[in-house]
Write a protein that binds this ligand. Sequence first.
Ligand code: ADP
Length: 467
Amino acid sequence: MQDLYEQAPCGFIFTLPDGSFTRVNQTFLDLTGYERHDLVPGARFQDLLTVPSKVFYENQYAPLLRMQGAVKEVAFDLRCKGRPPLPVLMNSVQRLDEGGKPLLVASAIFDARDRRQYERELLAERRKAEQLAAIVAFSSDAILSASPDGDIRSFNRGAERLFGYSGGEIIGRSLRDLLAPAGGEAGWDRLMQELRAGRAVVEDMDGTCKDGDIIEVSTALTPVPGQLREVSGISAVVRDISGRREAERLQQEFLAMASHELRHPVTAIKGYAQLMLRRDIYTERSVETILEQAERLERLIDDLMMAAQIEARRLDLRLVETDLVAEARAAVQQILSTDRPIHLEAVDEPVPVLVDQQRFGQVLTNLLSNAAKYSPAGSEIWVRVARGDGEASIEVSDRGAGIPADALPHLFSRFFRVEATSGGAKGLGLGLYISRQLVEAHGGRIGVESEPGVGSTFTVRLPLRGS
Ligand code: ADP
């Protein structure tokens, strides 16, 4: 009987109502590392507790025990001798004397290390599952799950956004209502066969939205294995690729346009050169045309290369301090061959800015040649340089065709052109795109004000040096 008590699978302790030990068994000593004489007589149970446990013991546990006579399965941390604190679960009963006054408290103490560890693991697993669920729920990609036959079981927010259905409307319907692979029903049968065989498939297909719109999507279908490795479901990740497709189409169009644009000056140069050779006449006009066309070719190639550099984010600027008025004058002089008079108006003082002269010169040349290109022969062009509060500005104004208001927001986008007002003038729609990228790389801004039939003003603002 004594052995059973001393070697019980849990610690037994007996204390007076104030917590001081009267008896402890061997299991309790083994658990805590104390010697019997460390505890009996004199030591109090609450003094073996860690601070938070002691606060709980004094404020909750002891009063509850006095009131109820018994308390079950309360978790404490015991400070041990020469070991880290021990998590335990404690059950206590209170014995009363004949007059009903508390006499003794008997407690059983269980090692809770395994249980704590198990609880921690369970909690960690739960957190992991919650995190995964949150990733799926909030993913911007559409993520769906379906039964092995393709009946939709879950539908995340990305899917709601993409297809326009709420989860409630679509759950229970078939994946076939949303997604159409190449080959229609036969295509689905082929996909299902792959999935049943445990193989994942990724394919571009058409998606059908609630409003009937068809979108191009890339769909990854994966079989989900069950416990017996059978296919217990299908997961589908669906991504809208209409933007990518649109970009590919734009690229194709651009290639067609660029080859046409490049071919034109080459044909002209070849034609004039052949004419001169065959007839043996070297007129000034022919040579000028050849030069003009060669320059046009050069500008086109420069633009293409610059756009490629911008796309590859390889714009290295060689910044030097210079006077914006002098930059404007140089750009105007370069373009003087045009038959449109160009007026330069500038403040009397220098306007110091930090620019890469070659690249910034390209911006001004673009704006000036556009002003000439999109305005009638003989109409005037103004260039105004000013300095404001910490800012330098240069304006290029023309009295040309102007730009419709709905085109203004797109004007600085790649390949954008306004065919209706360009009066047949050719271009790749790259000049303003490049100009904006270059100006922004200089820490500046470019903007436009325009009225169809009246003219346009493009303004470039740069930080003023030394302010
Ligand atoms: P590109 O001139 O090669 O077409 P840009 O990027 O320089 O390309 O210009 C884009 C479009 O903006 C032009 O096609 C033209 O329609 C319009 N645009 C640019 N500058 C002017 C201007 N000064 N007046 C009227 N339209 C302009």
